[in-house]
Write a protein that binds this ligand. Structure first.
Ligand SMILES: [Zn+2]
Ligand SMILES: [Zn+2]
Length: 227
């Protein structure tokens, strides 16, 4: 569904980085003597994430700014974000460099079940990379549902369901988007197993283009603002 727009965002972002680094290269060439110093600065500027300038860290919560398209570490953000988990896509964040008031904007939205499943599997995948087990498929019943159950309040503004009927909703969401968001395999011992169709965890981000189209975000002279 959103594969096309994600792809076009990525290309736009890559082009930005490319043109930025070109500009910086010509500046550093002018700088001449300092070119060595400038070069080491180019790489961090080209990545250009967060106020701290450090790279992404997939083990912690990071938010993407809707305006400058840079990632910000939770620990570098002043706004009281509340409980979140990594790889969420149901939020709007504007960094203080982009905000007309100089204050960060943050809003967490309800996450539809497919998004919660995606966030859950991405976190399970990252944990598995970290602990060295390097698994790509996760049990719906033993891993995905328990993850969502544990982190429900962090993942969505939707009130926690009082009955377990959402277990079936998770299953439907996973099956509906096989070969779009998820991969599927039946394991004789663990039952249905699901993974990510796009294994690139760094590409998981809010669909700000869709929010702009839906009028939740407005593009103004000042940048992007909440509608
Ligand atoms: Zn930072
Ligand atoms: Zn920004």
């Amino acid at each position: 569904m959103s594969a096309l727009s994600v792809e076009s965002t990525k290309k736009a972002g890559e082009m930005d980085i490319a043109s930025n680094s070109q500009n910086m290269q010509s500046e550093s060439q002018k700088a001449g003597e300092n070119s060595d110093k400038s070069k080491s600065k180019i790489s961090s500027d080209a990545l250009g994430n967060c106020y701290c300038g450090k790279d992404r860290n997939l083990n912690i919560v990071e938010l993407l700014c809707a305006s400058c398209n840079r990632w910000y570490h939770e620990s570098c953000i002043g706004y009281q974000l509340g409980k979140l988990v990594p790889f969420m896509t149901n939020y709007l964040f504007i960094c203080k460099n982009c905000s007309p008031t100089g204050l960060e904007t943050f809003k967490k939205n309800q996450a539809p079940f497919p998004q919660m499943c995606l966030t859950a599997i991405a976190n399970l995948r990252q944990e598995s990379c970290k602990d060295g087990s390097n698994k790509t498929l996760f049990s719906k019943d033993r891993e995905i549902i328990p993850y969502i159950d544990q982190y429900w309040e962090a993942m969505t503004t939707m009130p926690r369901r009082v009955t377990q009927s959402w277990y079936a909703t998770v299953q439907r969401a996973l099956i509906k988007d096989i070969q779009i968001l998820f991969t599927y395999e039946e394991d004789p011992n663990q039952g249905p197993m699901f993974g990510l169709f796009n294994m690139e965890l760094t590409s998981i981000k809010p669909n700000y283009e869709a929010m702009i189209k839906q009028g939740q975000l407005k593009v103004t002279d000042m940048g992007v603002a909440t509608g």
